[in-house]
Structure formats: structure tokens, C-alpha cells
Ligand binder design. Structure first.
Ligand SMILES: NC(=O)c1ccc[n+]([C@@H]2O[C@H](COP(=O)([O-])OP(=O)(O)OC[C@H]3O[C@@H](n4cnc5c(N)ncnc54)[C@H](OP(=O)(O)O)[C@@H]3O)[C@@H](O)[C@H]2O)c1
Length: 241
């Protein structure tokens, strides 16, 4: 039997490490050719090289800061040049800056909103334009439980992920009749280097990045008639205290 994503092309933002990298690997293992990115050329090229070696799929990459519209255009142009089509886009790139609101610098506010919300708009718009050319596609947004649950120190991050949820559900309603499906996965704590508090320490109680990647593949497996639009994911047994 052929692989689920044989002949398909996927683009995953923020895929040099963490959740995005695990998603890129799973999509490649399922047979897709994949476009990866992070903000630096070296890390992006290394990820593309390693993922190609690990999976046997064709994985290409280009440095791209998703908060910059021109960078995003160049990334989508690469998908077209390398593979001539685009079927799946995963908006995963995201950052967190956590501090009481009054101490948040203007630059940090702009960085968080620019990456987590404006960057998702830039990528979603290009994705929809590409999908329409081919008669459809699948857009998956990596949100957060912080898109529903505010917490102290989270004003910028909460605002970005609350915004992402509203943006994504509205765009799903705009484009569902173009055969474009949009899902948002909203995880709780995932075992990556995202939070400075993790300090490189692995935490067995957290969600593994591979579990989020498995969810992405499960969504892509759903029959086309059915859309899981919003998926909350949490650690089964979070650390107490
Ligand atoms: N970890 C968690 O507990 C958790 C929970 C809920 C939701 N999330 C969400 O999951 C997503 C991924 O998080 P993660 O834990 O995997 O984080 P991570 O380990 O810090 O990885 C983030 C990835 O995004 C890239 N990136 C950051 N800013 C970017 C930008 N402006 N343009 C392009 N790429 C950029 C990073 O590469 P460079 O640094 O090389 O650019 C890296 O590849 C984020 O949207 C985050 O909000 C995470």
C-alpha cells in the first residue's frame, strides 16, 4: 500500500527544532516532500539535510522570518520552484515572551504578535492562494491552550494565541467551500526548549513533540467530508504544584 502523503507537498514553518521539526519528519515519513524554515540559514539547511537523511523524502529549506512578508513570499516561491505544488501548510513558528504587561517592551510585543499572529496571516494568505490553484488543501495552525486560558505574565502570548484562534476559525468559514480545511491544534505543555524555564531539562510528564506530529497526520487522514476544526491537547498527568 502507498504512503498516505505520497506525491504531496507540505510546508512547515518553524521546523528547525521542537514541534515543527517533529511534524516535518512525520509528514516526510508519510511520503510528502517538505519545505522547512527557521530564521537562520545554517539551522534551516542543517534541518533540511538531516530530515532528508532520516526519511528519504526530499526536504528543502530556506531561512525565513515569518513576521516579514517578503521572507514568507520567498519561502512559498521555493515550494513552487522545488516541487511545483503545495497541498499542506503547517503554521507552527511561534515565540513566547513572558513578563508583566507594564514591563513588556514595545519590541517584544511586536515580535510576539508579528511572529505568532501576523506571520500566520502572511503564510495563510499565500497558502490559500496556492491551494485554490490546485482545487484545495489543508492548513493546520499550532495554537495553544494559552489561546483560551489567560495567565499572569502572558499578555502578549495570550493575545497572540487568542487572536490566532479567532483568525483561524474565521478563515475556515471563508474558505471551506474552496475545499480548504483549516484545523487548529491547541497544546498545553510540550517537551521542547520553547520555555526558558525548561532550561534544557526534559520533562517526562509533558506532551512529546512527536505526539503533536501524530495528531497532524491523524487530521490529514480524516475523510474529506469531516473537519476537526479545534483540537485541545493536554498532558494526561501534569506536574503538581
Ligand atoms: N512548547 C510548548 O509547551 C508549546 C505549547 C503550546 C503551543 N506551543 C506552540 O508550538 C509552536 C512551536 O513551539 P516549540 O515548543 O516547538 O518551540 P521551539 O522549540 O522554540 O521551536 C520554535 C521553532 O520556530 C522557529 N521560529 C521562531 N521564530 C520564528 C520566526 N519568526 N520565523 C520562522 N521561524 C521561527 C524556531 O527556529 P529559529 O529560532 O531558528 O528561528 C524553531 O524552529 C509555537 O507556535 C508555540 O507557541 C508550544
Amino acid at each position: 500500500m502507498g504512503k498516505l502523503l505520497e506525491g504531496k507537498v507540505a510546508l512547515v514553518t518553524g521546523s528547525t527544532r521542537g514541534i515543527g521539526r517533529a511534524i516535518a519528519r512525520s509528514l516526510a515519513e508519510e511520503g510528502a516532500n517538505v519545505v522547512v524554515c527557521g530564521r537562520t540559514k545554517d539551522a534551516t539547511e542543517q534541518a533540511a539535510r538531516e530530515l532528508t537523511g532520516e526519511t528519504g523524502a526530499e526536504v528543502v529549506g530556506r531561512a525565513c522570518d515569518v513576521s516579514k512578508s517578503d521572507d514568507v513570499q520567498a519561502l512559498f516561491d521555493l515550494a513552487g520552484k522545488a516541487f511545483g505544488r503545495l497541498d499542506i501548510v503547517i503554521n507552527n513558528a511561534g515565540i513566547g515572551v513572558f513578563s508583566p504587561m507594564a514591563d513588556l517592551s514595545d519590541e517584544d510585543w511586536e515580535r510576539v504578535i508579528g511572529t505568532n499572529l501576523t506571520g500566520v496571516f502572511y503564510c495563510s494568505k499565500r497558502a490559500v492562494h496556492e491551494f485554490r490553484k490546485r482545487g484545495g488543501g489543508y492548513l493546520i495552525q499550532i495554537g495553544s491552550l494559552a489561546g483560551k486560558n489567560p495567565f499572569a505574565g502572558g499578555s502578549a502570548y495570550n493575545a497572540s494565541k487568542f487572536g490566532l484562534r479567532g483568525f483561524s476559525e474565521a478563515l475556515m468559514l471563508d474558505h471551506r467551500y474552496d475545499n480548504i480545511r483549516v484545523s487548529t491544534i491547541a497544546p498545553g505543555s510540550v517537551d521542547t526548549d520553547f520555555s526558558p524555564r525548561s532550561g534544557g531539562q526534559r520533562s517526562a510528564w509533558k506532551i512529546a513533540p512527536e505526539d503533536i506530529a501524530q495528531m497532524v497526520v491523524d487530521l490529514l487522514r480524516m475523510p474529506e467530508r469531516t473537519l476537526v476544526s479545534y483540537l485541545e491537547v493536554r498532558p494526561s498527568k501534569p506536574a503538581k504544584g
